[in-house]
Design a protein around this ligand. Structure first.
Ligand SMILES: Nc1ncnc2c1ncn2[C@@H]1O[C@H](COP(=O)(O)OP(=O)(O)OP(=O)(O)O)[C@@H](O)[C@H]1O
Ligand SMILES: [Mg+2]
Length: 271
């Protein structure tokens, strides 16, 4: 059975639907990429799955089945039990997601307290374990720092650590690497892959960048005009795209010039 099965129409106020009976299924243990251009409704879908769409004035109709249970029927109190524990979230801009006025330790402790049980020993061990899980130094010195005292890549690791602290079954990451440089981006993508293998955690990886989804995702779903246009393995999407939209997207990808092409360009260089 699918872990998550979505059939959704989303709209804001009286505007036409952003997502129009969009269908998406996610299997247990799978990393599913959701790729589409800016404004196509990726974040709206993530907010709906987290039960937060109404906070932004959006309305979701249809069905979000989680392990066979209808999430759209949940009351806010029931959402709160799921959010951050069973379904977790990693935001796009790590620096604006962390509170600049609070030490990292305080913020990680708060994340633990949302769902943690037991005394402060449990909390300390969970926080150190989360730091180890995301490749950060598990010590007091690091936890005493403020967000301004760490790099943006480290900040993203802190947020991922907070998101996986309660061992969620699904991690939704909305453009988690867009604010990062290419090297840090690759490191964070590798970390997601490692967490998926090590913890068996499913993931919905949201991005506008098809290339970053290629190495991480088991399947990629392309979204356009409110629907999933094509959903397949990265290999199939890249090397045998079926839909005109996908073909256009693949053809538009930048390519690295070959040495011969560089040499030829230099030969005709007139300055
Ligand atoms: N609170 C809101 N009120 C009205 N319209 C909104 C609201 N939030 C988003 N929208 C509109 O819904 C559409 C989808 O927005 P959404 O943020 O889900 O797209 P996105 O794919 O996540 O874009 P991006 O890649 O830029 O993050 C956009 O046209 C946006 O203008
Ligand atoms: Mg978005």
């Amino acid at each position: 059975m699918d872990l998550l099965s979505v059939r959704l129409t989303i709209n804001y106020k009286d505007k036409p639907p952003v997502l129009d009976e969009l269908c998406l299924d996610l299997r247990p243990g799978e990393v599913l990429g959701l790729v589409g251009h800016s404004g196509c409704g990726k974040s709206s879908l993530a907010l709906a799955i987290l039960g937060l769409l109404n906070l932004k004035g959006g309305k979701a109709r249809g069905s979000i089945l989680w392990d066979g249970h209808e999430l759209l029927a949940l009351k806010e109190k029931e959402w709160r039990k799921l959010r951050g524990k069973v379904i977790s979230f990693v935001p796009q801009s790590p620096m604006s997601a962390l509170n600049p006025a609070l030490r990292l330790g305080t913020q990680m402790n708060e994340a633990w307290k949302l769902h943690g049980h037991g005394g402060s020993d449990h909390m300390e061990e969970s926080v150190f374990q989360a730091l180890r899980d995301v490749g950060l130094p598990p010590n007091e010195e690091f936890l005493r720092r403020y967000p301004s005292e760490i790099s943006v890549g480290q900040a993203q690791r802190v947020l991922i650590g907070m998101a996986i602290m309660h061992r969620p079954a699904l991690l939704i990451a909305d453009e988690p690497t867009s604010a990062l440089d290419a090297v840090t981006q690759a490191e964070i993508l590798a970390l997601f892959g490692e967490l998926n293998r090590k913890l068996g955690m499913s993931m919905l990886f949201i991005s506008h960048d098809l290339v970053s989804a290629y190495g991480l995702c088991h399947r990629i779903a392309l979204i356009n005009a409110g629907k999933i246009v094509e959903c397949n393995t990265p290999q199939a999407i890249f090397f045998s795209p079926q839909q005109p939209f996908t073909k256009k997207l693949i053809a538009a990808l930048p390519t690295v010039p070959s040495p011969a092409e560089v040499e030829q360009a230099l030969r005709y260089n007139t300055f």
